[in-house]
Design a protein around this ligand. Structure first.
Ligand code: HEC
Length: 164
């Protein structure tokens, strides 16, 4: 029992600022990040695919990323929407996971947002949830501030010392 309690304390300390905000702590994230969350679920439509606790629908979509990789179409050759479609990744801890996308073709989070703003390559397989939108510099900063709240400040958690 003591071991489990010790472990659970570690897990709680690994909560991200976003989780603490959802849990009711209004001071856990900045106003900029709160505006970014509005954009994420609103104008930018990110939550159409990056949804739920892990920020993924676990489905396959063509995001419009310029690529020659066939993606899901290898397994579903008769599904026109499977072409260039890849599985939605979680957005938790993304800050330390660049470069981004299945082929690592986007170096920074700014590059990822620029792709979504442009709508990427407009082709028949592209998801109906992807379409160009315009961000001001402040909106871009706000969205990145929000994405940062999905990573716990403390990345390298020391292993708890367990009683024998
Ligand atoms: C149509 C569904 C869809 C929408 C809408 C969408 N995404 Fe994605 N996202 C994906 C898929 C699928 C991938 C993986 C693409 C790949 O690997 O080529 C991805 C990849 C990413 C990645 C890279 C993660 C990694 O680990 O490589 C980030 C960051 C991201 N999306 C953020 C966003 C943001 C921010 C928005 C809103 C502006 C958004 N997404 C909108 C489906 C979507």
């Amino acid at each position: 029992m003591t071991a489990i309690a010790t472990y659970e304390r570690t897990v709680v300390s690994a909560w991200s600022p976003f989780d603490r905000w959802v849990d009711g702590d209004e001071t856990a994230v900045s106003d900029s990040a709160k505006r970014g969350f509005e954009l994420f679920t609103g104008k930018a439509n990110c939550s159409a695919c990056h949804t739920g606790w892990n920020f993924t629908d676990n489905k396959f979509h063509d995001t419009g990323l310029p690529t020659i990789d066939l993606g899901r179409a290898i397994l579903e050759p008769n599904n026109p929407k499977a072409l260039y479609a890849f599985k939605t990744p979680s957005l938790r801890n993304t800050l330390y996971r660049g470069p981004y996308m299945h082929d690592g073709s986007l170096a920074t989070m700014e590059d990822v947002i620029a792709l979504y703003e442009s709508g990427g390559v407009n082709r028949p397989s592209r998801s109906d949830n992807i379409s160009p939108f315009f961000f001001t510099d402040r909106e871009r900063d706000d969205l990145i501030a929000f994405l940062k709240t999905l990573t716990p400040e403390q990345q390298d958690l020391p292993l708890p010392t367990l009683p024998n």
